[in-house]
Design a protein around this ligand. Structure first.
Ligand SMILES: NC(=O)c1ccc[n+]([C@@H]2O[C@H](COP(=O)([O-])OP(=O)(O)OC[C@H]3O[C@@H](n4cnc5c(N)ncnc54)[C@H](O)[C@@H]3O)[C@@H](O)[C@H]2O)c1
Length: 474
């Protein structure tokens, strides 16, 4: 049985907005008709929310052994692999619709001693896993539109959740995550792994130590040519391709945004205030669909669709008067980049395209100077686990560091580095960029998901605090 909400969304995207007359047309004017006055809705929703418990800095009771269930075993397999290396973890359930994904995960766990129950066969099988009493944490690595409904259900059933990026697709879903996390006192972490990349962690520490002076501007991006993946007919339900039809904006903002929000102490001393967003048109996806349709019938339904544009650029202003530039392009021919520019009154950093660099004044540091800064400001988590994380791999070790830190915090009863407010505000750029694009790049307000608590919340704790006790399993 197909998920009806999902089918309805896809139906609207595939049929309601189609037709050759729309192709190459101004999708911006098409989008303008979609929401009457979305910005006032954003503000109204914020006004209705009263923070129940402040989940920023919230520490849940310690869990000696963290029982985990995984939904979605594509990207989810990395989370299975990295958590399975840690002591104090019990892998209890694996859920996916596809038998080969389950077999791969089971194979990966061979010899680990874990014997998880399998949940499959229908689109709601994951609910049975969430209903169990002996699972503490649910990882969600399914297509985007399932993240928030699954996370809300899991939290309602007494589970902490680790959600892949982006955590939510609408402002309403963002609020649902915040409200459910506060109501249930369950952690709602969007597992933004780029926050655990070595250079991003270094710049966070540099920012904390005042190396950059006052930080005035940051840039982030997801520039990653993914045409082959988007058009791969073996991807479940071809969800990546469907997601880019009839949607005009930044559909994947958090890889670039997460680390710069941590550098700027967003939701913890500053907040994102408003934004504008500009999208160009699609130059490639319709062309690719046509080429593929000539050889393979499957692709015929994807010809002449209103695809998201190649490039989206958004600019955000914070309450403290800093700016963030964010870009998204998954089709054009480019070298992979998340930019990660930190621009301060005393120094600056630029992460991508590689090599990562730091400048003081108007000069890049030499290799020797760069290495000496790196050594002096090495964050505690890199000191402790930098080498192991490189051996384990997974986005240069970031996946391992992130999952180690998450499990270590749960086992030691520590607050998590990313909370429901981060999940909501970083993900909110998806719908807000669409709203701005739809109004010919008008300014839209970014909801304050912390309800004013951002003024007092503490920055992410870079020390390992009372934690750092979780070791690798023998
Ligand atoms: N952080 C990162 O670096 C990173 C990298 C890749 C993907 N992702 C994110 O991970 C998520 C998944 O992406 P992916 O590349 O693994 O996609 P994928 O298509 O490879 O995997 C998604 C899986 O979800 C399963 N699924 C769909 N509906 C389900 C349901 N109702 N119940 C159980 N399983 C269901 C599918 O069968 C599929 O195996 C996305 O949110 C994506 O953005 C993040």
């Amino acid at each position: 049985m197909k998920n009806t909400k999902r089918n309805r969304r896809n139906f609207i995207k595939l049929s309601g907005l189609t037709g050759a007359s729309l192709v190459g047309a101004d999708l911006i004017s098409l989008a303008s008709g979609k929401d009457a006055n979305p910005e006032s809705d954003n503000i109204e929703q914020s006004k209705r929310h009263n923070q129940k418990v402040n989940m920023s800095g919230y520490a849940a009771p310690r869990i000696e052994t963290v029982g985990i269930g995984f939904i979605g075993l594509g990207r989810g397999l990395t989370h299975v692999s990295t958590t399975s290396l840690l002591e104090g973890v019990e892998i209890k359930g694996l859920c996916d619709l596809l038998p080969d994904k389950i077999s791969r995960a089971k194979k990966r766990l061979e010899g680990s001693g874990f014997n998880p129950q399998i949940y499959t066969g229908n689109e709601d099988a994951w609910k049975e896993m969430c209903n169990r009493d002996d699972i503490d944490l649910i990882y969600i690595a399914t297509p985007w539109d399932l993240h928030a409904p699954m996370a809300v259900y899991a939290m309602e059933h007494n589970k902490h959740v680790a959600i892949e990026v982006p955590a939510a697709l609408t402002i309403d879903e963002c609020w649902q995550l915040v409200e459910t996390s506060e109501k249930t006192r369950k952690h709602c972490m969007m597992v933004e792994n780029t926050c655990y990349s070595e250079f991003e962690l270094l710049t966070l520490n540099l920012a904390r130590q005042g190396f950059f002076g006052d930080i005035v501007h940051c840039e982030g991006a997801y520039i990653h040519p993914l045409m082959d993946l988007i058009f791969n007919k073996n991807v479940w339900d071809m969800w990546r391709l469907k997601a880019s039809i009839g949607e005009i904006g930044n559909l994947y903002p958090t890889h670039g945004l997460g680390p710069v929000c941590q550098v700027l102490d967003i939701n913890r001393g500053d907040k994102m205030d408003f934004m504008v967003s500009v999208s160009g048109k699609d130059f490639q996806k319709n062309q690719r669909a046509k080429e593929l349709a000539e050889k393979d019938e499957v692709y015929r339904q994807y010809v002449d669709k209103p695809y998201n544009g190649n490039m989206n650029t958004s600019i955000i202003r914070t309450a403290k008067g800093r700016t963030i530039m964010l870009q998204y392009d998954i089709t054009s021919s480019n070298v992979y980049s998340r930019i990660h520019r930190i621009s301060g009154t005393k120094a600056a950093a630029l992460g991508w395209p590689r090599p990562a660099r730091i400048s003081v004044g108007h000069k890049w540091l030499t290799t020797e100077e760069f290495e000496s800064v790196k050594k002096k400001y090495e964050p505690p988590i890199i000191k402790k686990l930098g080498e192991i994380s490189k051996e384990v791999g997974g986005h240069d070790g970031a996946d391992f560091l992130m999952n180690w830190r998450l499990i270590d915090c749960l086992r030691n009863g520590l607050p998590l580095d990313q909370d429901c407010y981060d999940a909501a505000s970083w993900s909110s750029i998806v719908p807000l960029s669409k709203q701005s694009v739809a109004s010919r790049s008008g300014s839209v307000e970014i909801p304050d998901f912390t309800n004013g608590a951002w003024k007092e919340n503490h920055p992410v704790d870079l020390s390992l605090g009372q934690g750092g006790t979780t070791m690798l399993r023998n």
